[in-house]
Design a protein around this ligand. Structure first.
Ligand SMILES: Nc1nc2c(ncn2[C@@H]2O[C@H](COP(=O)(O)OP(=O)(O)OP(=O)(O)O)[C@@H](O)[C@H]2O)c(=O)[nH]1
Ligand SMILES: [Mg+2]
Length: 565
């Protein structure tokens, strides 16, 4: 007797645990979420699922696993195989467009288990008599039922057929089939596959989010700034003159020219960071949901390989510009040989949605006080960050990762599709919610703690302690505090600015050095903890030391080269 569930939904014994396995991007998550009746994420790049997820329904427990990349050492593949080994009931998901290849690669892994095969992307195949006969042949040869579906639009009849197929608990009897589907459908190559135009276009798409941030989000923020300021200034004046001492301490605390208070700093964060966060989420969401990101990876692979990264890693580094934490977690889908380099790249060079606006706001303030162009300063900063990240990766990545024998582990070109408004909305609203729930409270806490520390004189002590260390960088001692705060949370860089200008006098070169050092010396605390959890605490300690060392070296070069600027 087995512990199966009847298709009519009446559980006979305990619910059946069904583990869905398959190669990357074949539609496992889409299928499982449709079966379980929950909304699917609409990402479209390989290795989007990085953790095993369980969906409990009244009929069964569906287990969604990360995609298996054969002949690879990715953490995601290891997790999927471990989960597969723990269960006997399997839903093997294969893609109709590459049916023979998928079966050839996956059947050896599920031999001896019970279950069924679901063939996704059936909408991409001409579903005639011949195709259905081919499925019938494959099913007979394999020993288990085959159900062909469009996983994005699962009909009630599809649900029923899949449930019935699983209910039969037939055994996967063969490792290799003699029958063949005989077709393979490849998406058409586009501009990104062009030998010369492809890499150029991919590079342009790669820097587009940063450019959009500088011009788009900043222009918007610039318009919004005076409006918000008009509301905040009278409020600050009121708190300063009428408010009780404790409220002044929290909301409008100042130390000389240096404003730490929640009201001095809070609007800055909202006005400058929010447009960046939203714009970045929408652009990255469009890249992911359309399949563009995957094609960019292929085009970028030869360019990034000399730096120890693979094309697959680039999307993770890009995600780091949103927030480093999910980006670090998503490197589970990277090859073991380049994962460390990808994490280094995220921790060092991926200026997150809090760091970038804070940096740009400070540079805008510096432009105002020094009479330089804000755009020039921003471009110099981003250019230097890119250059030093590449030098850092080149010098620290393992030789094996840079070998020209490293081919990209992407089995086939993905299908492109227009991103739906829903996918963009989900990406943007998810990020904004995260921003309000996670970033804002921490930011508020930092403001309050900074106010209290300033009031207790601790900051003065720290600043004077760090001042001699900062002297070789040609930086004033007040820079010590933003550097310390930025090691906890990157928006601490905002402390270099106040209201409309710089918090204390500095030259353009000094500001560039200060924001560089505060941004790169260490990743934020949450990122460092995530790296520790994902890898090991010892290697994280070494990574942080190495990053701090290189950051100091590059900052010294910038400080003395900055004189020229
Ligand atoms: N046309 C079509 N698209 C599909 C189908 N199933 C999934 N997709 C799309 O394919 C993309 C990848 O789907 P996922 O469900 O994330 O694939 P996955 O197997 O979970 O991928 P990983 O977790 O990265 O291994 C998404 O954009 C889906 O909308 C299908 O049957 N037809
Ligand atoms: Mg998935």
């Amino acid at each position: 007797m087995n512990n199966l569930v009847a298709a009519d939904g009446v559980a006979t014994v305990t619910p059946l645990c069904i583990v869905a396995v398959g190669k990357e991007s074949v539609g496992k998550s889409q299928l499982i979420s449709s079966l379980a009746g929950v909304e699917a994420g609409e990402t479209n790049f390989r290795g989007s699922t990085v953790a095993v997820q369980r969906y409990v329904t009244s009929q069964a427990v569906y287990i969604d696993t990360p995609g298996i990349l054969r002949h690879s050492d990715t953490e995601t593949t290891r997790r999927a195989l471990t989960e597969l080994n723990q269960h006997d009931s399997v839903l093997l998901v294969v893609q109709a467009t590459q049916l023979d290849d998928d079966l050839h690669d996956m059947l050896p892994l599920v031999r001896g288990k019970n279950g069924a095969v679901v063939v996704t992307f059936w909408d991409q195949v001409q579903p005639g008599e011949a195709a259905l006969e081919a499925l019938e042949r494959l099913s007979k040869d394999c020993g288990v039922p085959f159900v062909a579906v469009d996983a994005r639009n699962l009909r009630p009849t599809d649900h029923q057929r899949i449930a019935q197929a699983l209910f039969r608990q037939d055994e996967f009897v063969k490792e290799g089939l003699t029958a063949r589907a005989g077709w393979r459908i490849e998406p058409k190559p586009g501009w990104l596959e062009h030998r010369i135009i492809g890499p150029l276009l991919a590079m342009t798409l790669l820097i587009l989010p940063a450019v959009a941030t500088i011009w788009g989000a900043n222009t918007f923020a610039g318009l919004l700034h005076p409006v918000v300021e008009g509301v905040i200034e009278p409020l600050i004046a009121w708190v300063d003159t009428q408010g009780p001492a404790w409220l002044r301490l929290v909301l409008t605390a100042r130390h000389g020219n240096f404003g730490y208070g929640l009201l001095n700093m809070g609007p800055f964060l909202l006005v400058w960071a929010l447009p960046t966060v939203v714009l970045f989420a929408v652009i990255l969401g469009a890249y992911k949901a359309s399949g563009l990101v995957e094609r960019m990876n292929v085009a970028l692979h030869p360019i990034v390989r000399p730096f120890g990264l693979s094309g697959r890693d680039i999307v993770r580094v890009m995600m780091g510009f949103g927030c480093n934490v999910p980006a670090v977690i998503s490197t589970r889908a990277c090859s073991g040989c380049s994962r460390g380099t990808a994490i280094s790249a995220i921790a060092f060079g991926a200026a997150c949605s809090y760091q970038l606006p804070a940096t740009l706001a400070v540079l805008a303030a510096a432009a105002q006080s020094t009479g330089r162009s804000a755009t020039l300063l921003s471009v110099v900063f981003l250019g230097y960050l890119l250059l030093t990240t590449l030098v850092y990766l080149r010098l620290t990545s393992p030789t094996a990762a840079r070998s020209s024998l490293n081919v990209l582990m992407t089995p086939s070109r993905p299908f492109m599709q227009w991103p739906t408004w829903r996918a963009l909305w989900r990406e943007a609203s998810g990020t904004v919610t995260q921003f309000f729930r996670q970033a804002l409270p921490i930011f508020a806490a930092i403001c309050v703690i900074a106010s209290l520390l300033a009031w207790m004189g601790v900051l003065e002590l720290c600043s004077s302690g760090l001042a001699p260390v900062l002297r070789p960088f040609d930086l004033p001692e007040q820079v010590a505090l933003p550097i310390i705060v930025a090691a906890i949370r990157k928006d601490g860089i905002f402390l270099l600015a106040k209201d409309d200008g710089l918090a204390f006098p500095m030259t353009a070169g000094q500001v560039l050095t200060a924001v560089y050092l505060a941004g790169v010396l260490l990743p934020c605390l949450v990122t460092a903890l995530t790296i520790g959890r994902e890898t090991s605490w010892r290697s994280t300690g070494l990574l942080l030391l190495r990053q701090a060392g290189f950051a100091c070296l590059f900052a010294l070069i910038l400080a003395w080269g900055g004189h020229w600027l």
